[in-house]
Design a protein around this ligand. Sequence first.
Ligand code: TIU
Length: 238
Amino acid sequence: MITIDAAPGPVPIDPDRSALVIIDMQRDFLEPGGFGASLGNDVTRLARTIGPCSALLGLARERAITVIHTREGHRADLTDAPRSKLERGAASLRIGDVGPLGRILIRGEPGHDIVPALHPLPGEPVIDKPGKGAFYATDLHAILRNRGIEALIVCGVTTEVCVHTTVREANDRGYRCIVAGDCCGSYFPEFHEVGLRMISAQGGIFGWVSDSARILSAFGRPAAPRSFGSHTRLRSTN
Ligand code: TIU
């Protein structure tokens, strides 16, 4: 067992029964021309998450901790996309439309892929999810149960949408979730801040909040160098 310094208090985890879950670090959310940008967002706000995510990914791979990647997206024929989702918002380009990164939020298109610095290795499960939560209409719960996982270290984007939904779903299924705050990001800085506070408030109402430095430290590793989010960082292969 190791203990991670977190809010609202230290949380013990068994690394052999823990998984690193990296939510939707896809080009469609992090790069210009994708889904996030089509909704009118400043996607450069998410770039700062790649360095810390990469540090935790490196740690997990080194320590043979289960790594799960998720991707939000839909079938090419859009049969798994609710009409309410397709019609939502005043997007300049909607789900399924052709943009600079291919068809928006469609599986197999360039924009649907995970950013190069965090690309999955063979053997790391990739969960393709049609919704915001990673448990809805996926086999994530089965995969975690079959590996005896009881705690999740959660990274990804966006804090108040897919990270929150997934952590709430995981909490209700009995997983202890430790959200790495600097590994998560939002197009809205205030939503990120308040989103993290909502998780750990009320004695940790649906999880704990820590950061990459404290998680690395719990594993006896120094903190990763701080990265400053520029678009060039996005293109790096780390
Ligand atoms: N738009 C937005 O903030 N997020 C999403 O739609 N999906 C995820 O958070 N991955």
